[in-house]
Design a binder for this molecule. Structure first.
Ligand SMILES: NC(=O)c1ccc[n+]([C@@H]2O[C@H](COP(=O)([O-])OP(=O)(O)OC[C@H]3O[C@@H](n4cnc5c(N)ncnc54)[C@H](OP(=O)(O)O)[C@@H]3O)[C@@H](O)[C@H]2O)c1
Length: 350
């Protein structure tokens, strides 16, 4: 199952809104096939695994055990369900980490296997599997995207000078790490003042991977159209109070900016099948989500240089300190929200 999770992780950033899934087929202590879900729309892990069994080993499939970190699917899409495929291949036993929270699958895949006389074992490395697919499980069980907060602060607790001018607090290595993180999420969001003053590109240009949806708040549409968020580098949502329209790669989404704004944004993201969002500031936007306890993970860099006054960094609530690391001369602290149902504390891969 550890190997399944490692294989599944190869699909990070590419499988959403599907989960990351890996599969391993074992005969008499020997792995005869491996596979994973490479990207959304590609073969499911079980099918990829079966395709990779060498022709001389195919006769061993009925005497083999398949390990897969998520319950095989049971619904007919473009291809027959994986559970039916495993029955057809007469696999002897299936070992699963997590049952599928998705309504069309939940328990049905296991039932199909059992009805066909296949031995099924569930719950192996369940916590690790839940953590790996925390975005997917959050999305289906809590009906909202998984929310990651990210900011950089000075050692004396500020995220920007008092005049809100742009200040690079973290080093180049930390910035590369942030770009890698961006490729792993479905969307990235910033507040109006950040979009206006910093003119960020909000791309993952320092990393290899998928570019997330960019989202900027702009209640009164005051962001200049020559700002980077309006370029063609990524699909973009401008959350505003004035218009609903699609203009090239920019979608204007009209919502009321009242005390339910955060919930409304999350609902729109859920409706668009956005599994996760990384919120990168500024303080007002981060504090809005923290104040409503609408966050799951916070990744905070603390740089080396104090500025003595300025815009205070947000303060978390209900957090668990997951771990610390160093990145350049920055310290990185990762916190998890205690109310997050997936707060298994792993060794995080950076
Ligand atoms: N160190 C870091 O990691 C980091 C990261 C990002 C930004 N920054 C810095 O942070 C500063 C900007 O932060 P900020 O706190 O002033 O602004 P911000 O969070 O970027 O944007 C706040 C603005 O968004 C709009 N808004 C409307 N409704 C809101 C709501 N419910 N919640 C939050 N925002 C809402 C408001 O503008 P309207 O009144 O126009 O609607 C509000 O003034 C800049 O100096 C930037 O450089 C630092």
């Amino acid at each position: 199952m550890r190997r399944c999770l490692d294989l599944a992780y190869k699909g990070r950033g590419y499988t959403a809104p599907n989960p990351m899934v890996g599969a391993v087929l074992v005969h008499d202590g020997r792995i005869i096939g491996e596979g994973w879900h490479h990207y959304y729309g590609a073969d499911h892990a079980e099918v990829d695994c079966l395709k990779n069994v060498k022709s001389e080993d195919r006769s061993l499939i009925p005497a083999s055990t398949m390990y897969v970190n998520l319950e095989p699917c049971a619904h007919y899409g473009k291809t027959p369900p994986c559970a039916v495929r495993l029955v057809h291949e007469q696999v002897r036993k299936v070992v699963i980490a997590n049952t599928d929270p998705f309504e069309k699958v939940s328990g049905n895949g296991i039932e199909i296997l059992k009805q066909a006389g296949i031995t099924v074992q569930t719950g192996l490395m369940e916590k690790e599997g839940l953590w790996l697919n925390r975005r997917f499980f959050s999305f289906h069980t809590r009906k909202r995207p998984y929310i990651i907060l990210k900011w950089a602060q000075t050692p004396d607790g500020f995220i920007a000078p008092a005049d809100r001018s742009r200040l690079q607090i973290s080093g180049q290595g930390s910035q590369q790490l942030v770009h890698k993180w961006r490729t792993e999420e479905s969307a990235i969001m910033v507040g109006t003042t950040t979009a206006l003053n910093d003119n960020p590109q909000l791309t993952a240009r320092l990393a290899v991977g998928k570019q997330p949806l960019r989202i900027a708040l702009d209640r009164t549409l005051r962001l200049p159209l020559d700002h980077h968020v309006f370029n063609n580098a990524a699909d973009t949502w401008i959350i505003n109070e004035l218009k609903d329209s699609l203009e090239g790669n920019v979608r204007y989404l009209k919502i009321a900016f009242n005390d339910q704004m955060a919930e409304r944004i999350l609902q729109r993201l859920y409706d668009a099948q956005i599994l996760s969002v990384i919120i990168e500031g500024g303080a007002a936007l981060l504090n809005t989500f923290i104040g409503k306890r609408l966050w799951d993970e916070a990744r905070i860099f603390t740089g080396a240089i104090s500025i003595h006054s300025g815009l205070s960094a947000p303060l978390l609530n209900n957090e668990i300190h997951a771990f610390s690391a160093t990145s350049d001369s920055d310290k990185l602290d990762v916190y998890l929200n205690r109310s997050n149902p997936y707060h298994y504390i792993p060794e995080m891969e950076l």
